[in-house]
Design a protein around this ligand. Structure first.
Ligand SMILES: Nc1ncnc2c1ncn2[C@@H]1O[C@H](COP(=O)(O)OP(=O)(O)OP(=O)(O)O)[C@@H](O)[C@H]1O
Ligand SMILES: [Mg+2]
Length: 373
């Protein structure tokens, strides 16, 4: 099995933008069995050069004896959100020893303090992932858990709208401080979209965004981090699923056939990377009339329950297509926070209780073997 020293050695004679030895750019190494996860810190302004360096580093590490898979991610050299100072702090000494491990800002220490990472995903867009994520996070907090919500939808962030939060988060000790709503810590790409913020989060580095948000946000101790994923089952989702120790995935689907087919695709994707699936929730399942409170089955609902059974994953319940759910979300006060005693909130409180039980009773995959030094 390769050691951290072997990895640094393999990177010593590879160079990034400005001639920096990649061994000196390493900001974190995690070894898990025959898999190596390495992060490199680079100047976001030179992201194309760093992307090439990343690919080369991956090849070199993969070529080491005992390494079956290597995942190299890029992190911003500067704290995101920090002023773009004209710093003269370059990694000029290409043969100097890398910084001692305890001084490195890597992913592992941040992850250690998060008990369960829950992703909320769907095969298709617009089925209610963000609505479900927000209310699930609030529901888990209502059960006494310490909860964070990460809006990982880099292209269409929704946490600012869902929680009425605006502006840039503060940076303290080189980490972003997540604002809170209803006791839940919230971080979103939407908070960071600003001309001063490195575009490192977007474009070619889109697949690294989750790792970066996990590693560079001051989440503190959390029982659960709910991750609101972008729609679909593309490379972004796959990479995220492979790079993050997911405790469980919640798949959101609507009753329409098309969404269900896509949901099956999402289930298959998580199964492929062996991320545990907590179950499927059917959203906009039936219509709750705001006037009479009556329930109408607009679509032939129940398809998700049937699908869940067929796929052998738990069915987590159904949420109605409901005015109050939409209005509360759109006004920055998700229904579980704004009206915790309403029947609509009960749907999500129920979901949260199920998810909590499933997480506490599901046998978790072994935590990655974190090598320190
Ligand atoms: N159960 C519901 N009842 C009424 N409206 C809903 C419900 N769920 C979601 N919506 C509304 O549908 C729209 C899309 O929902 P949401 O943003 O949660 O979906 P999404 O899956 O996150 O979308 P995207 O794929 O674009 O990220 C929003 O306007 C939201 O308020
Ligand atoms: Mg969304």
């Amino acid at each position: 099995m390769a050691t951290e020293a072997d990895i640094l050695k393999a990177l010593e004679n590879l160079y990034g933008p400005g001639g920096v030895s990649l061994a000196n750019a390493v900001s974190g190494v995690t070894l898990s069995g025959a898999k190596a996860f390495v992060s490199l810190a680079g100047d976001p302004a030179k992201r194309e050069g760093w992307e090439m360096a990343r690919v080369n580093a991956e090849k070199a590490i993969k070529a080491l004896p005992g390494v079956e898979a290597a995942v190299v991610t890029l992190t911003a050299e500067r704290a995101p959100g920090a002023a773009r100072a004209h710093d003269h702090h370059h990694h000029g000494h290409s043969h100097a020893a890398p910084p001692p491990p305890q001084q490195r800002k890597g992913l592992a220490p941040a992850l250690e303090k998060i008990r369960f990472i829950i992703v909320v995903a769907s095969g298709k867009g617009g089925v209610g992932k963000s609505t479900t994520s927000a209310n699930l996070a609030l529901g888990l907090a209502a059960q006494g858990w310490k909860v964070g919500l990460l809006d990982a939808d880099i292209y269409g962030p929704s946490a600012p709208r869902l929680f009425g939060l605006q502006g840039k988060p503060k940076v303290e000790g080189g980490k972003l401080v997540p604002p809170e709503a209803y006791g839940v810590k919230i971080m979103s790409m939407g908070f960071l979209v600003d001309e001063n913020v490195p575009m490192v989060w977007r474009g070619p580095m889109v697949t690294q965004a989750l790792s970066q948000m996990l590693g560079e946000v001051a989440w503190g101790d959390l029982d659960a981090l709910v991750v609101d994923m972008p729609p679909g089952t593309g490379d972004v989702q796959l990479t995220m699923a492979q790079q993050t120790p997911i405790a469980g995935a919640v798949i959101v689907s609507t009753p329409q056939d098309l969404a269900l087919i896509d949901a099956r695709r999402a289930v298959a994707m998580f199964q492929k990377v062996e991320a545990p699936i907590l179950g499927i929730i059917e959203n906009m399942s039936y219509f709750l009339c705001p006037h009479c409170g009556g329930r109408s089955e607009i679509f032939s609902h129940g398809g998700a329950r049937h699908d869940a059974e067929k796929l052998g994953v738990p069915f987590l319940g159904e949420a109605p297509l409901d005015m109050k759910i939409r209005e509360t979300s759109d006004s920055g006060k998700p229904v579980v926070g704004a009206e915790p005693d309403s029947p609509q909130a009960a749907v999500y409180l129920n979901l949260a209780a199920k998810v909590k039980t499933l997480l506490e009773t599901t046998k978790q995959r072994a935590a990655p073997n974190i090598v320190v030094g």
